[in-house]
Design a protein around this ligand. Structure first.
Ligand code: T5A
Length: 210
């Protein structure tokens, strides 16, 4: 039996970490015990190092170029995919991913303005054209609200320090990308946690019923 890959997406502060726990508890309730959680960028030793590189504020005035940033995200992703995600799925383990490929399409495509054809060809090369999550939960939230939640943590990383316009472009691209993809379910993340949790559970029920 193959496991299923469930991915949580959304801008900063959308509630992805909270949603990962909701999914985990839901699966446990339905006796699906063989579950692992991954995050992108991250997951393997190398991918975590890349995560650190991407998120840190530059100490030496060297600016990370948009193209280098994109390639780093894909380097981290392919390491995690080949070493953790694909082997887990083939052995029947379910994988809950805190972000995956849609993040690059929204952040580097919508936010940085890198052409979507280029990102798609990179995705096909690194991930394989047929690899897709079974379900993506996109937590939709106005960026002002998401950044307000993220700021409560205090420290803002290199990406979180970008302008509001940058995050508005990302949200707009997410909304374009999910428009006609039935494997992505949009959840209104501006609602209270209880309602968000119930909406996530409903989306998961439809996956289990398939
Ligand atoms: N990135 C990533 C790219 O640019 N391209 C890529 O390809 C990839 C993979 C990763 C960064 O890299 C970028 C995106 C990011 O900038 P990250 O830490 O993995 O960074 O992701 P963040 O989005 O920065 O993670 P956050 O922790 O900010 O957001 P979460 O996980 O969505 O938010 P969460 O669950 O921690 O919640 C934040 C706060 O809000 C509260 C929570 O209790 C918490 O305090 N909250 C709510 N409050 C009210 N109502 C609700 N419904 C709430 N839900 C949560």
């Amino acid at each position: 039996m193959k496991g299923k890959f469930i991915v949580i997406e959304g801008i900063e502060g959308a509630g992805k970490s909270t949603a990962v726990n909701t999914v985990k508890q839901f699966l446990r309730h339905f006796k699906i015990q063989d579950v692992i959680c991954t995050r992108e960028p991250g997951g393997t030793v190398l991918s975590e190092e890349i995560r650190h590189l991407i998120k840190k504020n530059s100490q030496n005035k060297e600016i990370l170029s948009d193209k280098a940033e994109l390639l780093l995200f894909y380097a981290a992703r392919v390491q995690s995919l080949e070493n953790i995600i694909k082997p887990a799925l083939s052995s029947g383990t379910w994988v809950i991913g805190d972000r995956h490929d849609l993040s690059s399409q929204a952040y580097q495509g919508g936010g940085r303005g890198i052409k979507s054809e280029f990102i798609k060809s990179l995705a096909n090369f690194t991930l394989g054209s047929s690899f897709r999550p079974d379900l993506t939960l996109y937590l939709d939230l106005p960026p002002e609200l998401g950044l307000k939640r993220a700021r409560k943590r205090g420290h803002l990383d290199r990406i979180e320090q970008q302008s509001l316009v940058f995050f508005e472009q990302i949200r707009a691209r997410y909304l374009e990308l999910i428009y006609d993809d039935h494997r992505i379910k949009m959840i209104d993340a501006s609602k209270p946690i209880k309602k968000v949790t119930a909406d996530i559970q409903n989306a998961l029920l439809s996956l289990l019923e398939k």
